[in-house]
Design a protein around this ligand. Structure first.
Ligand code: NAP
Length: 320
């Protein structure tokens, strides 16, 4: 069954997630959607030193936005900042150092950002990782989960009051089409049961991001939440985490700019803000977060239980 599901998903990917898939989808894009000046609006982008995050930062900086780059490596971040300023002429690009896998530090960073800055219009949860080996952080949490799920949860939850004070706030989370073959499993968040498979854990985290987005949209109605799949883009993460896939697909992959297109559209366009909050997008289009056979749907109580578990876990690491 799982071979069947994975084959269906891979065929969908070959058609839709590649560069050709992007070019086909782009025929229906409305050019004026992106003809936006966002001067005075503030954007936080995690993982903005590379790939999709950097491409999104450039596109937003070109449109006049203030960009807060949240990155884990100072040298890489400063180098990327230099590139962004040079390419766009926008000097309102700020670097913050945070490793999202360090749970307590995510809290500390978000709380101090809230004290220092008066507005945040858009949060883009872009940073993500696929660690193939089982590793735990200082808090004893599995690191893919700590970075992709709990880090995103704490950063977003902590910044919600600041977003709510700002005009037309939005939160965009970069998930992955890989989540389409995963059903939410709140009973194994630390991957303690069964053989550890980093690819599956990553896909499960990406399903968790979709569920978080749907749930946040229900409880915070002044913020526009969205979650998206960027397609398959040629970035360091793909080359490092999936070398065989990268070798066989590298001529067919999207550019980082093509991968970032829907992120930017969700972050700046009026057309995106007019869509319902809490939905999943691909190539500027709201789309189902489930494959046609729909075996990945979860009952409401399972999704609510997952959010309660995240809240309890997040609180247990909150600084006093
Ligand atoms: N490219 C694709 O085909 C594809 C497909 C589906 C989803 N995605 C998603 O797209 C997002 C961006 O990835 P990408 O493909 O653009 O790869 P990338 O170029 O390697 O960028 C990933 C970014 O995330 C940062 N990052 C990773 N772990 C972090 C942590 N613990 N704390 C802070 N930053 C961290 C990386 O920092 P360093 O540079 O320091 O490593 C880098 O800036 C990810 O969420 C990924 O899952 C990508």
């Amino acid at each position: 069954m799982s071979l069947y599901r994975n084959s269906i998903w891979f065929l969908k990917g070959i058609n839709e997630y590649t560069r050709k898939g992007f070019e086909a989808a782009a025929k229906r894009f409305v050019e004026k959607d992106m003809d936006v000046n966002v001067a005075g609006r503030t954007f936080m982008i995690t993982g903005a030193n590379s790939g999709i995050g950097k491409a999104a930062a450039i596109a937003i900086a070109k449109r006049g936005g203030v960009v807060h780059m949240v990155c884990r490596n100072k040298d890489k971040a400063e180098e990327a900042r230099g590139d962004i300023v040079k390419e766009t002429g926008n000097k309102e690009i700020h670097v913050h150092i945070l490793d999202l896998s360090e749970t307590r530090k995510v809290w500390e960073f978000a709380e101090s950002f809230k004290k220092k800055y008066k507005t945040l219009n858009v949060l883009i949860n872009n940073a993500g990782c696929m660690l193939i080996q089982h590793e735990v952080n200082a808090e004893g949490l599995e690191k893919n989960f700590a970075s992709n799920t709990l880090g995103v949860y704490i950063l977003t939850k902590s910044l919600i009051p600041l977003l709510e004070k700002s005009t037309e706030p939005r939160v965009i989370t970069v998930s992955s089409g890989g989540m389409l073959v995963q059903k939410l499993r709140p009973g194994n968040l630390q991957s303690e049961r069964g053989r550890f498979d980093g690819t599956k854990v990553y896909a499960q985290n990406k399903r968790q991001q979709v569920v978080m987005t749907e749930q946040w949209a229900k409880t915070h109605d002044t913020i526009h939440f969205s979650v998206m799949h960027p397609g398959w883009a040629d970035t360091p993460a793909v080359a490092a985490a999936m070398p065989d896939f990268y070798q066989s697909m590298k001529d067919k992959l999207r550019s980082p700019e093509q991968g970032a297109d829907t992120v930017v559209w969700l972050a700046v366009s009026e057309a995106a803000a007019a869509k319902p909050s809490g939905r999943f997008f691909q190539d500027r289009k709201m789309t189902s977060a489930h494959l046609p056979l729909a075996w990945t749907h979860s009952p409401r109580d399972r999704e609510e239980k997952f959010m309660v578990l995240l809240e309890e876990m997040a609180k247990s690491f909150q600084p006093h």
